[in-house]
Design a binder for this molecule. Structure first.
Ligand code: SAJ
Length: 399
């Protein structure tokens, strides 16, 4: 096997995919528009934090199977793995996909496979064909498919291989060719469908999770009102054979679950009711948490006569990672700092942060009057806290 693959976008999905394929014997031409990213990768180093990724990249570069560039080149397969954020008003922004598609157009030859891996609004794979056609490519002679990425940050290298994949081509031939390619490195099943169904499947997966987290977050607010321990409640209800309530949190973060449902809402309008409300509930949970902390701090000030010292335990968007993207915990901490509270920010996965000081967690617990658990990091489990401290636990780590 000596296939050449051009991977466009060397971020959270593109770099792990590129380095995995390089280690499987493919010749990888990685592309990123950021020169410093290209330089870091060509030194065999990484610009993002992900377990085991460094080993894969180092060996891909050292073996000569992967080289990063700022421009594409002729290849057998093109994989597009660029961000798909939204504009103001939650309008999907596929500009990066369109730009990536334009950039590969001059290099495409008969028989090539073009794969979109970025999570995308329904119809984006058709848009790729349109853009290629407009840029002089005879799309009847190539194969265009969508194969949405499904990996969980923190477990990417394992899930890239083990997860089942969905492949939807614009034609049955494109689906078949793309399935054949993924089967060369995926241990999970590779499931064929059409492009639109593949696009919607990915959005459905993340919306399903968002809706279910919203249910848990709504329960946590109701339980607070009713004086019920939500964690005990959930562990009891989950003993029913057909019930599996997820975990409440300080809100939903990351760049996927808090974003992708809007792609459905934007296209579905008033018919996307539950999906929209779930997004609103999860966003509201973060605001609710801020109010709760501020009220507790205000009461402390009234009782004790000085401003409360509040320990914010965790800044990442979920447990045991250092990723701060769209993090509710970071948002809450920033809002509390703006409110002139005395904040001790704790994040065991980050050494330093340019916006404010990071405090070691034992020290923060000793110093603080109010301890707020925002992220269920493993370090916070079984932590000892004096009885005189006030505790607010939004993530069920202290209980
Ligand atoms: N969360 C809760 N309660 C829970 C579970 C999660 O509040 O019970 C919160 C987390 O704290 C976090 C957010 O949800 O803030 C998202 O975390 P996550 O671990 O559920 O998911 P992500 O965003 O890291 O990755 C998701 C995954 N999608 C699904 O599980 C359906 C992953 O497989 C996707 O590849 C990824 O989105 C993506 O790139 O789209």
């Amino acid at each position: 096997m000596n296939k050449k693959i051009c991977v466009i976008g060397l971020g959270y999905i593109g770099l792990p995919t590129a380095s995995l394929l390089a280690n499987r014997g493919y010749q990888i031409h990685g592309v990123d528009v950021v020169q410093s990213t290209v330089d870091i990768i060509n030194r065999g180093e990484i610009h993002i934090v992900e377990p085991d990724l460094d080993t894969f990249v180092r060996s891909a570069i050292n073996s000569g199977h992967m080289v990063a560039h700022t421009q594409p080149s002729q290849s057998d397969i093109f994989i597009i793995a660029v961000p798909t954020p939204f504009h103001d008003g939650y309008v999907p922004n596929i500009d990066f996909v369109v730009e990536a598609t334009k950039s590969i157009a001059p290099y495409i030859q008969e028989g090539n496979i073009v794969i979109l891996e970025s999570t995308s609004p329904v119809g984006t794979t058709d848009k790729i064909e349109e853009v290629l056609r407009d840029n002089g490519v005879d799309t009847s002679k190539i194969y265009i498919s969508h194969c949405p990425e499904r990996v969980l940050p923190g477990k990417i290298m394992r899930e890239l291989v083990e997860n089942d994949r969905i492949v939807g081509g614009l034609t049955p031939q494109a689906t078949a060719k793309t399935v054949e390619f993924y089967k060369t490195f995926v241990k999970g099943e590779v499931l064929p469908t059409d492009a639109k169904t593949a696009e919607m499947a990915k959005l459905t997966e993340n919306s399903f999770r968002d809706v279910n987290i919203a249910f848990a977050n709504e329960l946590s607010i109701l339980c607070d009102k009713f004086g019920i321990d939500v964690w005990e409640l959930i562990s009891l209800t989950n003993r029913h054979p057909r019930v599996n309530v997820l975990q409440p949190s300080a809100g939903v973060g990351g760049h996927c679950i808090a974003v992708d449902p809007w792609f459905i809402v934007h296209a579905g309008g008033d018919d996307a009711k539950i999906i929209r409300i779930a997004r609103e509930v999860n966003t509201y949970k973060t605001q609710w948490a801020i109010e709760k902390i501020k009220n507790r701090a205000l009461n402390f000030e009234k009782e004790v006569g000085r401003v409360a010292k509040v320990a914010c335990m965790g800044l990442a968007f979920k447990p045991n990672i250092d990723d701060l993207r769209e993090s509710p915990a970071l948002y809450i901490t920033r809002e509390l700092i703006k409110d002139d509270l005395e904040i001790l920010a704790v994040e065991p996965n980050i050494k330093s942060f340019d916006e404010f000081n990071i405090v070691e967690y034992h020290e923060a617990i000793k110093e603080a009057d109010i301890i707020v658990f925002l992220v269920a990091h493993k370090e916070f489990k079984d932590i000892q806290i004096d009885d005189n401290k006030k505790i607010i636990d939004f993530c069920g780590v202290y209980k």
